[in-house]
Design a protein around this ligand. Structure first.
Ligand code: UT7
Length: 333
């Protein structure tokens, strides 16, 4: 029996992931741009990443991850009240990728919408799903974090093309009593830093044209050092804020699942927080930065390999283009 609205919460009841099988190693990249395995590994922690096939779109990856999450939750697609997809590389400008997945899953009664918050898309999506459930509007929500950045990076730009990979992760969120499941959420952004990470063309400011294509306006542009500087500060802020909201301390957290952008950022954050490295999940070596996909992919891995135990308190923390940042605390059960 679900509690009355004022006492409702939400919990993650199933997880899934899908990463394309094609592996692109640092050695492969050495043949494509002026880089080296040594540079990539020491500056980022990445050894290899997965790359989608030419014919694979965002919804293809998201569909596989969603089916795995629904299966592990024991929830049928027809039971879903909403599908929320965090992505900045949807199949099309519109309709939302969530609507395309809805059709393919057969989730007839679900509302579908995408969240555009770059690497924060998944955490923002779960925060929204939690709010919809806690307010009593919905009972079961599917949230997907998915991106195919390989389709928007400039494969001639060594400063960006070595960093990213493709992948999707998904969770099913269901109503429960307050105090179980999700313990706190935090979302923040600072649009004055929008120029640090963006795709400048293809929107209404600079619509796609032969000229925008010729100058590469549709490629991802990043001022890496600027993002790096704010990332560490923003993630530390997000951790502190969500712990305060939940009235917990970092010592109450069993596992931290951070956005996987750079191993040096992760090292800096866990050192500032005073947390030992074994409490931080790292898989950037195998997937690179999959944007909105990093956290749900890592979550599904620790669920399936048994690293995450029932009752554990988990902290997700992320940052990305916008700039955006955010965090989420939950008890796994
Ligand atoms: O998901 C959220 C978004 N993204 C991020 O969080 C990324 C945050 N930023 C970073 O992770 C780092 O800033 C990068 C990994 C992007 C770059 O690392 P860095 O230590 O800040 O390197 P840098 O940009 O200062 O470049 C150092 C040198 C430069 O050469 P010079 O000017 O010193 O001669 C670059 O041209 O490394 C050069 N370089 C490369 N060399 C070999 C840049 N990219 C490469 C490369 N291979 N792929």
């Amino acid at each position: 029996m679900i509690s009355p609205t004022s006492l409702r919460g939400s919990k993650i009841t199933g997880t899934g992931r899908y990463c394309p099988p094609r592996v692109l190693t640092n050695e492969d990249l050495e043949k494509m741009v002026d880089t080296s395995d040594e540079w990539i590994l020491t500056r980022t922690g990445i050894r290899e990443r997965r790359i989608a096939d030419r014919g694979q779109a965002c919804s293809d990856l998201a569909l596989e991850a969603s089916m795995a999450a629904l299966h592990s939750a024991g929830v049928g697609a027809s039971e879903l009240d909403a599908i929320i997809v965090g992505t900045v590389t949807g199949d099309m400008v519109f309709p939302a990728t969530a609507c395309l997945i809805q059709e393919r899953l057969g989730a007839k009664k679900a509302a579908g919408f995408d969240v555009s918050a770059a690497c924060c898309g998944f955490v923002y999506g779960v925060s929204n799903g939690h709010a919809l459930i806690a307010s009593g509007q919905m009972d079961k929500v599917l949230i997907v974090g998915v991106d195919i950045l390989s389709k928007i990076v400039d494969w001639k730009d060594r400063a960006t093309c070595v960093l990213f990979g493709d992948g999707a992760g998904a969770v099913v969120l269901e109503a429960c009593s307050a105090g179980e499941g999700i313990l706190g959420t935090y979302m923040k952004s600072d649009g004055s830093l929008a120029d640090l990470l963006q795709v400048p063309s293809g929107g209404s400011r600079d619509p796609a044209s032969p000229e925008t294509c010729a100058r590469g306006g549709h490629y991802l542009k990043m001022k890496g050092d600027g993002v790096f500087k704010y990332a560490v500060r923003a993630m530390e802020d997000a951790v502190k804020q969500v712990l305060d909201r939940a009235n917990l301390t970092i010592d109450d957290v069993d596992l931290i699942i951070p956005h996987q952008a750079n191993i040096r950022i992760l090292d800096a954050v866990h050192k500032r927080l005073g947390v030992s490295a074994d409490r931080v999940v790292v898989n950037i070596d195998r997937y690179g930065n999959t944007s909105s996909g990093t956290i749900p992919i890592a979550l599904d891995e620790v669920v399936r390999n048994g690293r995450l135990k029932k009752g554990d308190v988990v902290l997700m923390v992320t940052f990305g283009g916008g700039l955006t940042w955010g965090s989420l605390l939950f008890r796994y059960n």
